[in-house]
Design a protein around this ligand. Structure first.
Ligand code: PMP
Length: 286
């Protein structure tokens, strides 16, 4: 089966899915994106992802490329045409195509819309969660608007490569004060010795992850103590558990930070329980 992508109004074979060289996403990273989990062919937390997409776009003064309901139809169609059971759907909106000039185009251009989807093995992800993953820490050298989900991801790309070079799966950014902000493409969490779940507040320095929001709700229902506050690398290393959240990872236990084992060096019960219960709390589409 050949993959299909949606590009500016057309469903095209993946190999022929092209955007113009003067697309502002290509030249300036002037655009935003969303990644939504697909489970059993259904979109997970689509409403929240659409709301965040709308927010990211409005922060950059880019119009929604089409009505949300129409976009939902396109997402479903791309998932369907690619025969995605478990996997992800990717949506990218850029300001559009215009002669290269840093300021916004003076004559209105249509925002450019790309949607792709692909399968991701649930068994592989579950096996990884059972084993746990390693993370490394890197200085957070990103701009201050990381609350906007822009395609300007170069620091994240370099951080993830550093993780790979050091044999780890993810990199956790550390701010100037020594507090962990978030991962290259995930939110960071710990469970303290007292059993309190800690994750940085979404008010500064991080993207408000959808998986983070749903995990906070699940933790509340499970009557777990939760604190939304920054935590240092030292606190994370001394924690009972650590884990990360992202739409493509769900809740992923972290067993090692910069080579230091967390807790007993195995995935923790809180992380595994939150992972197991996640889809009871998430909104599963039709
Ligand atoms: N932070 C960053 C920097 C990310 O790229 C992501 C993944 N898109 C997240 C956090 C997690 O967000 P979500 O749970 O919505 O996937």
């Amino acid at each position: 089966m050949s993959r299909i992508a949606y590009v500016n109004g057309r469903y095209v074979p993946h190999a022929h899915a092209m955007v113009h060289v003067e697309d502002r996403g290509y030249q300036f990273a002037d655009g935003v994106y969303e990644v939504c989990e697909v489970r059993d062919g259904k979109l997970v937390d689509e409403r929240r992802h659409m709301e965040r997409l709308q927010r990211s776009l409005s922060e950059l003064r880019i119009a929604m490329p089409m009505a949300t309901n129409s976009l939902r139809v396109v997402l479903r169609e791309v998932v369907r045409q690619n025969l995605v059971g478990d996997g992800l759907v990717y949506v990218q909106v850029t300001r559009g195509v215009a002669r290269r000039d840093h300021a916004f185009p003076t004559t209105p251009v249509k925002p450019a819309l790309v949607v792709t989807a692909r399968n991701v093995s649930r068994a592989k992800s579950d096996a990884q969660a059972e084993a746990g993953i390693s993370v490394v820490t890197v200085p957070d050298n990103r701009w201050k608007r990381v609350d906007i989900k822009t395609v300007g991801l170069l620091p994240n790309v370099l951080a993830r490569q550093t993780a790979r070079d050091r044999g780890a799966r993810e990199a956790w950014f550390v701010d100037r004060e020594g507090f962990i902000t978030e991962g290259a493409s995930s939110n960071a969490w710990i469970v303290t010795a007292a059993g309190t779940l800690v994750t940085r507040s979404a008010n500064s320095g991080i993207l408000r992850g959808i998986t983070r929001t749903v995990t906070l709700e699940a933790a509340g229902i499970a009557k777990l103590a939760v604190e939304e506050r920054p935590f240092t690398v030292a606190e994370a290393m001394a924690a009972k558990e650590a884990f990360l959240t992202a739409a493509t990872q769900i809740v992923m236990p972290v067993i090692e930070i910069d080579g230091k084992k967390i807790g007993d060096g195995r995935p923790g019960p809180v992380a595994l329980a939150l992972r197991a219960r996640f889809h009871d709390k998430a909104e599963i589409g039709d």
